[in-house]
Design a protein around this ligand. Structure first.
Ligand code: 13P
Length: 283
């Protein structure tokens, strides 16, 4: 069932676990994720970046594919279709109009004032259509700009302003995680995380969820993280399996066989993540 993130994140917040957000890149990934989450009876958030939207021919193509797949695979778990890192108000509106049930407006590169203004505009448009909104404060770095530094961490007072002045449903504060592969151990600021959780009372989102040691993920859940964004870890295991399959099967040329050769590795990783996020912050 396609729904927004309100109920699933509230429940996760109250019961102290986290919902997995897996990025989708194509039809097969969507299927592997939906089938595994259904098997494990885990609610899931399917994240679509603007790059993935372009690759998959637009928000409508993605929304119609996901809706049809939910029907044809008889998926019964709650599924949210979420725009990941929407870079403009227009992009968020386009995703909402196409049928997305949740959007992230990432105005973190702008001033706090501008971030609040843009986020408010998205919330106004989204809530009217029962769509939930996530916003970012501070800046989650990535391979593109190196490991997170002190400047990128969210300021507690800015996080509180963004939460209180916009009416968002979830908040992604930069707390030391980065997108992609870590150079060294991530330095998550749990004190700041807890403070932001207590002062905003919102479900918190941790971006850059790949490559963070399990104990740190579990501790994050006890400090208010209710949604973990995962992309790179799935890409790595999928690519490794496909590479091995191609090396061992030099004459194969059917793209269905090639893409499918990463299915089991990906499904195993999805299960591992589900178990980790369910473990209520206990090691
Ligand atoms: P990773 O690619 O590091 O898992 O991050 C995913 C993410 O945060 C998407 O928003």
């Amino acid at each position: 069932m396609l729904e927004n993130t309100k109920d699933m994140l509230e429940k996760a917040k109250n019961e102290k676990y986290a919902i997995p957000h897996f990025n989708i890149n194509n039809l097969e990934w969507t299927r592997f994720i939906l089938e595994t989450c259904e098997e494990e009876k885990s609610p899931v958030i399917l994240g679509v970046s603007e790059g993935a939207k372009k690759y998959m021919v637009g928000f409508s193509t993605v929304a119609e594919m996901v809706k049809a797949m939910i029907r044809e695979l008889n998926i019964t778990i709650p599924v949210a279709l979420h725009l990941d890192h929407g870079s403009s108000v227009a992009s968020c509106k386009e995703a909402i109009d196409a049928g997305f049930t949740s959007v992230m407006i990432d105005a973190s590169k702008y001033s706090v004032e501008e971030n609040i203004q843009m986020t408010k505009e998205v919330v106004h448009y989204a809530h009217d259509k029962h769509v939930t909104v996530e916003a970012e404060i501070g800046h989650v770095g990535g391979e593109e700009d190196g490991v997170a530094d002190e400047l990128a961490y969210a300021k507690v007072e800015d996080a509180v302003r963004l939460a209180k002045e916009t009416g968002i449903d979830s908040l992604a504060p930069a707390l030391g995680s980065v997108h992609g592969i870590y150079k060294g151990e991530p330095k998550l600021d749990f004190e700041r995380m807890l403070k932001i959780k207590e002062l905003t009372n919102l479900p918190l989102v941790l971006h850059g969820g790949s490559g963070i040691p399990d104990v740190l993920i579990q501790k994050s859940i006890t400090c208010g993280i209710c949604k973990l964004n995962i992309n790179t870890d799935l890409q790595i295991v999928w690519a490794k399996s496909v590479r091995q399959f191609l090396n061992e099967n030099q004459v194969v040329y059917d793209p269905r066989k090639i893409i499918k050769s990463g299915e089991q590795a990906m499904k195993n990783m999805i299960k591992e993540k589900i178990y980790l996020l369910r473990s209520n912050g206990k090691a």
